[in-house]
Design a protein around this ligand. Structure first.
Ligand code: NAD
Length: 512
């Protein structure tokens, strides 16, 4: 299939691009090498972007700090109006940006477009939110006193994002932070830097037309040592919102925690679907297969474990072998295909190593797993099904690839929930059952320990309206909808005395 590259022109992706974007301007040193972005779709070089230096990072923080002094003074509904215009720009560029996300990251075109739609949805959400940054009022215990709380912006928010959602995670963070009155600096993944630059090209005119202070929305592309680590240790950045592996999150928590800064962590998952003896398998089949192979197994919410009741195990196994056998693997830009490539050859190696480990640990690969010939990028694999035990070391880890572990359970739904919870991560979970009792047991306090628990829906593909995130080693952060905005603001409790006395709380007497 020949791919037309028109979308790159529409997005201004050409030449060697600057590493630092502060809104309408771009800059950055050109002495620290470049990131070359190769497409996993066809192995071709898409473009190059210079790497920023530590001094570029310092300069961008200073610019953003200055922007914050101005930006926090703008009334929140006016900030929301600018986000509304950003949302409209994203609508205009949905197709080319969706194509670039698909081409640079390797997810299907439908999912690339869906990712941009998520940005549009979050922009709409943020516009409404701009008029709803509510605080509570309380009754004071003292006469003629008024007590209430208000929410103020924090300042500079650092955003670190993963390769698999190259643009949406930025919008979840930065557009919400923007209406909250914060400014943000984004360090995108070094694996997908061009999708990040494209976002800044798209929003540039809106920022210029509204005279948004330079640095209110900023982006810097660079090595972890020059940009990432300095951001973690930087007192000028009160909140670091980091999306990525548990390993990275532990490092962020350690360094940011040491300076008593705030971190918002969105880390790895080890998500399971439970199929009880009462599951509607017709409903479950697409949920399981999409969850396991969608984005070639590279979603934080990918279904990695399928916990199946012994009474239906053989039927489910047969159903999966048939469904996996019918998967079409190939260019994600060709809408006929179900599965595209992994992000790079390292990811392919990691998948092979996990399959080897699974065999060594007593697992049985019953389908797929092989690297597919005939693709220039060398990144295409056949999704695998492995019969395994939950206690196996490899099953306990997140391998960012399409491997579905098939686990059998006997007994009650409580036994299945125990297996589901018996991993270190706690992101997404789901149960397929027509039994109300089983569904409620799964959702109860003694049920799933994950941040997301679904009934008769798979583990992946969350809507923006809910708070997104997970427990345990997934990091505990919540982003996107609901009241996640509170993470980007500081709460202030105010008590006003309009009496002529100064009574103390708790009735304490202090006369002078
Ligand atoms: P990664 O941890 O390798 O990298 C993520 C980001 O962290 C990159 O931008 C990287 O440069 C940066 N980084 C790494 N070390 C750093 C350090 N010491 N200081 C500062 N920055 C540092 O992850 P990845 O391979 O890009 O993405 C896949 C992982 O992300 C998976 O584990 C997946 O589950 C997770 N993820 C989680 C969510 C979620 O919302 N929970 C969403 C998407 C991806």
């Amino acid at each position: 299939m020949t791919i037309s590259m028109d979308f790159l022109d529409k997005l201004g992706i050409r030449g060697d691009m600057d590493a630092v974007h502060t809104g309408t301007k771009s800059s950055g040193s050109r002495k620290h090498g470049v990131f070359e972005s190769y497409s996993p779709v066809d192995g071709k070089l898409i473009g190059k972007i210079y790497k920023a230096s530590k001094s570029d990072y310092d300069a961008v923080v200073k610019t953003s700090q200055q922007a914050f002094v101005e930006w926090r003074k703008i009334p929140a509904p006016q900030r929301g109006e600018i986000v509304r215009q950003i949302g409209n720009k994203l609508r205009e560029y949905k197709e080319p940006l969706g194509k670039l996300v698909s081409y640079e990251m390797g997810k299907s075109l439908q999912e690339g477009l869906g990712e941009v739609q998520e940005m549009i949805d979050i922009a709409d959400f943020a516009v409404g939110l701009a008029r709803q940054l509510y605080g509570l009022t309380m009754h004071s215990e003292r006469p003629s006193h008024r007590m209430y709380e208000q929410w103020h912006p924090l300042g500079v928010v650092g955003i670190i994002s993963a390769f698999n959602f190259p643009v949406a995670v930025w919008s979840w963070n930065s557009l919400i932070a923007m209406v909250c009155g914060d400014v943000s600096i984004w360090k995108p993944s070094e694996k997908t830097p061009l999708s990040a630059v494209a976002c800044f090209h798209i929003i540039k005119d809106v920022l210029a037309a509204n005279k948004v202070p330079e640095g209110t929305l900023a982006m810097i592309v660079g090595d972890v040592a020059e940009v990432g680590e300095p951001m973690l240790a930087d007192d000028r950045v009160p909140l670091v919102s980091a999306t990525g592996s548990c390993r990275m999150g532990k490092r962020v928590a350690e360094v940011v925690g040491k300076r008593l800064g705030r971190s918002l962590l969105e880390l790895g998952g080890n998500n399971a679907i439970i199929l009880t003896e009462n599951a509607n398998l017709q409903l479950a089949a697409p949920g399981v297969v999409f969850g396991a192979v969608g984005t070639c197994g590279q979603r934080c919410t990918t279904t990695r474990r399928l916990i199946v009741h012994s009474s239906i195990y053989d039927k489910v196994k047969e159903m999966l072998l048939k469904a996996f056998g019918g998967l079409r693997i190939g260019s994600p830009l060709d809408e006929k295909n179900h599965v595209g490539p992994l992000i790079d050859k390292d990811a392919v190696k990691m998948m092979q190593a996990a399959l080897m480990a699974a065999k060594d640990q007593g697992g049985k690969v019953i389908f797929g797993g092989e690297i597919l010939d005939g693709f220039e990028s060398g990144c295409y694999v056949r999704p695998a099904i492995v019969e395994a035990k939950n206690s196996m070391a490899v099953v306990q880890e997140e391998t960012f690839a399409p491997i579905l572990y098939l686990l059998k359970y006997d007994g009650s739904v409580e036994d299945a929930i125990k297996v589901q919870n018996d991993v270190k991560q706690g992101l997404s979970s789901s149960i397929f059952t027509d039994s109300l009792r089983q569904a409620e047991a799964f959702l109860a306090a003694s049920g799933s320990d994950c941040g997301i628990a679904n009934v008769n829906i798979g583990t992946s593909g969350a809507e923006i309206g809910g708070a997104f995130g997970g427990e345990k080693e997934t990091g505990g952060g919540r982003e996107s909808g609901s009241d996640s905005w509170k993470a980007y603001m500081r709460r202030q409790t105010n008590t006003i005395n309009y009496s002529t006395h100064l009574p103390l709380a708790q009735g304490i007497k202090f006369d002078i």
